[in-house]
Design a protein. Structure first.
Length: 283
């Protein structure tokens, strides 16, 4: 299992890193497009579609993203789209988690499919546009999610249930604790401070998200970092809720040893558009 995970990770890095650091932002947009089309296929499977229908969902996502690319949307200001997507994630995420696993099947399947494809489309647009802004900016958003996840895991393993009596969402993801969530938040705050100091010492040509926030005020930096970390948890829990409702451990086996695409990008789905929205506000 470990060997498979390592091999898959190396293959993914061999594809993603050259695309990320290529002088043009288009290769990265293309790679992410293919990945999220695979995520759309997984979304069809998680919602009980046949293999053929799930492939059709993936194709629809691919065409939607491709049409947006041809229309030049990844280079245009999309503040209203980020605001709408962010609001839907905040409100919809809260409602979904409140409804729990039992509430998911009560939502019409057609609506679930449409919302899932739209969430993947918006995330692709946000990732592509973030790469257009600059590698430093994009990485500051991606690493936020990764550090939040790693720090939450470490804090949960070390301090889980030592300060609180209840788990974070026992019916959805029994392994998550409040201590883990706090640890993830602290990890992101430390990461952000270090990133701001590095940007300033290196006189970064393209400031990170953290530097943009800290330039307005450290209070805004702290609020945004905590908020984005919380929304990454919402994305993670939402996918866990859907998988539990479908009776599946992983969204697929597209990434051997790592599960599926959605298992890897779930926390990014709300975080990317919200980060773009916040960056647009602070300029």
């Amino acid at each position: 299992m470990l060997k498979t995970r390592i091999i898959t990770a190396l293959v993914m890095l061999a594809i993603l890193l050259p695309a990320l650091f290529w002088p043009s932002p288009y290769p990265f947009a293309a790679v992410v497009l293919v990945l999220l089309a695979g995520g759309a296929w997984e979304w069809g499977r998680l919602n009980g579609l046949t293999m053929g229908a799930s492939v059709a969902v993936g194709v629809i996502c691919l065409v939607l993203c491709g049409a947006s690319w041809m229309a030049g949307l990844i280079e245009k200001p999309l503040g209203l789209l980020w605001a709408i997507a962010g609001a839907l994630w905040v409100i919809g995420g809260a409602l979904l988690l409140r409804m729990g696993v039992a509430g998911w099947p009560r939502i019409p399947r057609a609506l679930r499919l449409v919302l899932g494809v739209l969430a993947l489309w918006v995330a692709w647009l946000a990732a592509a546009q973030a790469r257009f802004i600059g590698i430093n900016f994009l990485l500051s958003v991606l690493v936020l999610v990764w550090v939040a996840d790693i720090a939450a895991y470490a804090a949960g393993r070390t301090f889980g249930l030592k300060f609180t009596k209840n788990k974070l969402a026992p019916a959805i993801s029994p392994g998550k604790s409040w201590e883990g969530a706090w640890g993830g938040t602290l990890g992101v705050l430390v990461l952000g401070v270090c990133w701001v100091l590095a940007d300033r010492s290196l006189d970064a040509a393209v400031p990170s998200l953290y530097t943009r926030l800290a330039t307005v005020g450290w209070w805004l930096f702290a609020i945004a970092a905590v908020f984005l970390t919380a929304m990454s948890v919402v994305g993670d829990l939402t996918e866990s809720l859907v998988k539990r409702s479908a009776g599946m451990k992983d969204s697929s086996n597209l990434l051997p040893g790592h599960g599926g695409v959605l298992d890897r990008v779930d926390a990014l789905l709300p975080t990317l558009p919200l980060a773009m929205f916040i960056a647009g506000i602070v300029g």
